[in-house]
Design a protein around this ligand. Structure first.
Ligand SMILES: CCCCCCCC/C=C\CCCC(=O)SCCNC(=O)CCNC(=O)[C@H](O)C(C)(C)COP(=O)(O)OP(=O)(O)OC[C@H]1O[C@@H](n2cnc3c(N)ncnc32)[C@H](O)[C@@H]1OP(=O)(O)O
Ligand SMILES: Cc1cc2nc3c(=O)[nH]c(=O)nc-3n(C[C@H](O)[C@H](O)[C@H](O)COP(=O)(O)OP(=O)(O)OC[C@H]3O[C@@H](n4cnc5c(N)ncnc54)[C@H](O)[C@@H]3O)c2cc1C
Length: 664
């Protein structure tokens, strides 16, 4: 029945103003209106259809992506979209493509590491897509260890050129998105060698393919690295392999903001930290945190709507069965994910602010906040992507058997999303960067150097090491000051314990290696504290709209108390809370689930996702799941004929043989 809203009752239960919540989710009225307009534009354009992706072969899939990307670019130009609008359009097209790396890494690498002159030369070409670029850093033999890269860029003073070379098989560039089949250019990371001296890894702009016929330039071997996890999914992207055989580029194609090579071959470093060479990664990690909130909210939206539609058991006198969302087990799995989606949204807004602030400071040669920005982007990228990947998979299970169908949208979402735990820095490797930052901070306590920003809580280390949680009743867990202190105490105690254990080793690096697992846990505790504290900060702001702040308060408490419940070992063993207080937290959590329950569908409606973007029969806005699921099944190519291809070759002979055997 078209037009019936099967979730209307659920929507009527909401205790807050959904339209105001949509604005909170989007970040501002402007952001909401822009996002709403662009999402509808994409949804209404048949060229952006995506429901056939799992059925396509790799070649068809890739060509389809090329077609869509070209169409998107055409629409961006026809409609004269702003950069913000164009980014939203690409987001709602929802198909990983070479353009992500062009706009997301190639352009930012030139902007961040290039000189004014290089900006003038390359950015106009890139902005008009007259060249298409990728970010070629990772190699077959090294990804995490950037300092271990092997590609060389040797300066030749005779010709004023660099010679880019892949000396070994393991030095082949391997993974860069957009490289395999599309990019004409790349920012290539290679060891800079002048006068026989190795100056470490630097970025170089290298042309890879002819701008006339797209063939690889002399000395370049380039191709796709092959099928990846899942059908459809990330296989729309041409992750590539690239080898150089003494390829020459002009000297002015080394990105020279951080350091320069003069005409004479002299290496000079600007008065900026060498880590700025890693600046593009910091930028993208911050974007990835924001993307985590979108990916998780999408899965949660599907699982929440479907959990209201789906009924199992509990029928009384022939009445309706129980909606599965009313089972406390379902709530205990689903509502913390709903809360996490909101928590990640708010922490990503803050992280974007932090990043912008750091960039402004860098312009004024103030590098003081760079270490914190690195630790926060690395740590939050790791925390949010791991939680999101696990959360999407949990949402699939929350949808029971139907969640395993491609038409639920969840298998593809998981397959596309899960590499986020690896790309842009393996999550464990990134947490270890946070741990280094924490150990440095602890070692400086009492030295007069004040910890600032997200680590400023360590200034109270003396208090946090011995404070006792004051919770006596379940409601006490609703006080933000109580939650904050407990999370700060846990993070401090775990970091200090690691530092104390480290100090027992004569060689600090040996100690660090031995304690890696504990260090990762301390880093996670610190990152979870950041997420909790940014949610609490958000609630201190003026948030208009009936009931909006109240329901966000519930989600904030669910996020914090669920983390506490899942990590009870940490909180209890460090003496931050007692086991009695732990059970009071659990009691409060159950009560919060009941309070959120009537608001669940409205909370996912607030994401304002179109059915096109969700791409899920189970998550349809109107909740009309079964007829559509049924109809969807018949679209499968296997159902094109009643008797399958292969019947005569393979099924019939078996049946006949069985008949003969039966007669014997
Ligand atoms: C519209 C936008 C769309 C965006 C597109 C989004 C999605 C696209 C999809 C996929 C893209 C995927 C792209 C990639 O994967 S690109 C490759 C990414 N690779 C990595 O992330 C590699 C990870 N490794 C590293 O970053 C480094 O090797 C390291 C692990 C950080 C170690 O580096 P190094 O050995 O040099 O450093 P040390 O550990 O010795 O530390 C020395 C000091 O430097 C500080 N440091 C390290 N990194 C940074 C940084 N980025 N910024 C600032 N400071 C940094 C570190 O803390 C040490 O400081 P100290 O004070 O202790 O000396
Ligand atoms: C889909 C996808 C897209 C990508 N796109 C790009 C791109 O556009 N450009 C680009 O340059 N690269 C790209 N990459 C590469 C990506 O950045 C790397 O794969 C990533 O940085 C991880 O590095 P690795 O593969 O070397 O992992 P490894 O470092 O080999 O990790 C293997 C295991 O070792 C562990 N490990 C490694 N070092 C340590 C340590 N010091 N301590 C403890 N444990 C450790 C890790 O935790 C992990 O469990 C992409 C990768 C993927 C999957």
């Amino acid at each position: 029945m078209a037009g019936v809203d099967y979730l209307a009752d659920e929507r009527n239960k909401a205790e807050f103003d959904v339209n105001e919540m949509k604005i909170v989710w989007a970040g501002s009225r402007h952001a909401f209106e822009l996002s709403d307009r662009i999402s509808r534009l994409v949804a209404s354009d048949p060229a952006f259809r995506k429901d056939n992706r799992p059925m396509l072969s790799r070649k068809e899939l890739f060509k389809n992506t090329l077609r869509k990307t070209a169409h998107a670019w055409k629409r961006i130009n026809e409609l004269r979209l702003t950069e913000e609008e164009a980014n939203k359009l690409r987001f709602y097209v929802d198909e990983p493509a070479f353009a992500d790396l062009h706009w997301g890494m190639f352009v930012p690498a030139i902007k961040g590491q290039g000189t004014d002159e290089q900006h003038q030369k390359w950015l106009p070409l890139a902005y008009k897509m007259q060249i298409i670029g990728c970010y070629a850093q990772t190699e077959l033999g090294h990804g995490s260890n950037v300092q271990g890269l092997e590609t060389t860029a040797t300066f030749d003073p005779q010709t004023d050129e660099f010679i880019i070379h892949s000396p070994t098989l393991t030095s082949s560039k391997w993974w860069p998105g957009g490289l395999g089949k599309v990019s004409t250019h790349a920012v290539v990371y290679a060891r800079l060698i002048t006068d026989g001296k190795d100056h470490g890894v630097h970025g170089f702009i290298v042309q890879l393919r002819s701008l006339d016929d797209h063939s690889p330039l002399p000395g370049i071997i380039v191709g796709d690295i092959g099928m990846k996890f899942g059908n459809g999914a990330y296989n729309t992207m041409d992750n590539g392999v690239l080898r150089f055989d003494h390829v020459r580029i002009p000297r002015n194609q080394m990105l020279m903001r951080v350091s320069q090579v003069t005409r004479e071959g002299k290496y000079k470093q600007s008065n900026v930290p060498r880590q700025l060479v890693y600046g593009t990664m910091v930028y993208v990690r911050q974007v990835i945190v924001s993307d985590a909130s979108y990916a998780l909210s999408r899965a949660v939206c599907i699982a929440t709507r479907y959990s209201c539609v789906r009924r199992q058991f509990g029928s009384q006198n022939g009445g309706a069965e129980t909606q599965v969302i009313d089972y406390k087990t379902q709530q205990n799995r689903l509502f913390p994910l709903l809360a996490s989606a909101y928590a990640f949204r708010f922490v990503s807004e803050w992280l974007k602010w932090l990043y912008t602030d750091v960039m402004q400071r860098l312009q004024a040669n103030d590098f003081s906040t760079l270490p914190e920005a690195h630790a926060c982007t690395a740590g939050l990228k790791s925390l949010t992507t791991s939680a999101t990947a696990d959360g999407i998979e949990e949402c699939r299970k929350l949808c029971g058997g139907h969640g395993y169908l491609c038409s639920s949208g969840l298998p593809e979402l998981f397959a596309v999303y899960v590499p986020a735990c690896t790309y842009e820095g393996d999550n464990t490797v990134l947490l270890l960067q946070v741990a280094r930052f924490l150990m440095k901070t602890v070692s400086q306590l009492g030295s007069g150097k004040k910890p600032v920003g997200t680590i400023s809580y360590m200034e109270q280390a003396e208090h946090l090491m011995k404070c006792r949680c004051e919770v006596q009743r379940a409601e006490d867990w609703l006080k933000p000051s109580v939650i904050l202190e407990v999370f700060e105490a846990r993070a401090t105690r775990m970091s200090v314990a690691c530092a104390q254990n480290l100090s027992k080793f004569a060689n600090p690096e040996e100690g660090f290696s031995e304690l890696l697992a504990d260090l990762v846990e301390a880093a996670i505790a610190h990152c979870q504290l950041i997420v909790v504290s940014k949610f609490i900060e958000k609630l201190r702001q003026d948030i208009p709209g009936k009931g909006v702040k109240q329901v966000l308060g519930m989600l904030c408490n669910i996020y914090a108390l669920h983390i506490l419940h899942k990590n009870l070992g940490d909180f209890v063993s460090t003496g931050c809370i007692t086991s009695k207080q732990a059970s009071l937290a659990n009691e409060q959590l159950r009560s919060l689930y009941s309070q959120v329950r009537p608001n669940a569908v409205a909370l996912v409606d607030s994401f304002n996702y179109t059915d096109h973007f969700l791409g899920s029969v189970l998550g349809r806005y109107d909740g009309n799941v079964y007829p559509n699921l049924y109809e969807e099944a018949w679209k499968d190519p296997l159902n094109d004929s009643v008797v399958p291809d292969g019947y005569h070759e393979y099924i019939r002979p078996i049946l006949k043989q069985q008949l003969r055997t039966a007669r014997l």
